[in-house]
Ligand binder design. Structure first.
Ligand code: ATP
Ligand code: MG
Length: 141
């Protein structure tokens, strides 16, 4: 089984019904929840996690948004977990998601291109790095 890091972002955690719907999607798609936690980022956590985007026009609003309230992080296990979760999320941009992938999580629950409900690692390597970022105590065997 492959691991990925999935995060329910502050916009979705703020709405109990959306949080519950996203959690149900994880279960219905037969991911194994290896670990999960609720957390709130300081601004510097947000800046560090998204350092690769520093300089992009949306960086400040992204950093501010991701440290604006509680999030829920999951270590998920499944066959092809990385690509499966990304496919379930849909395209980054919500309006694009609604057009090309209407059944996806971002299409259904996303608010804007920044407040797009979920994060998912984009490769096995980033999954390992991001799992360590969110779950420093986690040891993969
Ligand atoms: P994530 O890394 O959160 O899973 P992603 O890999 O689909 O999303 P990235 O390109 O890594 O997209 O962008 C990271 C996050 O930055 C996006 O999820 C979104 O919240 C925000 N973002 C990306 N592009 C834009 C944009 N054009 N306008 C506003 N916000 C954006
Ligand atoms: Mg990304």
């Amino acid at each position: 089984l492959q691991l990925t890091l999935a995060v329910i972002k502050p916009d979705a955690v703020a709405h109990p019904l959306i949080l519950e719907a996203l959690h149900q999607q994880i279960l219905e798609n037969r991911f194994i929840i290896v670990q999960s936690k609720d957390l709130v980022w300081k601004r510097k956590d947000s800046e560090k996690f998204y350092a690769e985007h520093s300089g992009r026009f949306f960086y400040q609003r992204l950093v501010e948004f991701m440290s604006s309230g509680p999030m829920r992080a999951y270590i998920l296990a499944r066959k092809d977990a990385v690509s499966y979760w990304r496919e379930l999320m849909g395209p980054t941009k919500v309006y694009r998601a609604r057009h090309v992938a209407p059944g996806t999580l971002r299409a259904q629950y996303g608010l804007t291109d920044t407040r797009n409900t979920t994060h998912g690692s984009d490769s096995i390597e980033s999954a390992m790095r991001e799992i360590a970022f969110f779950f420093p105590e986690f040891q993969a065997h």
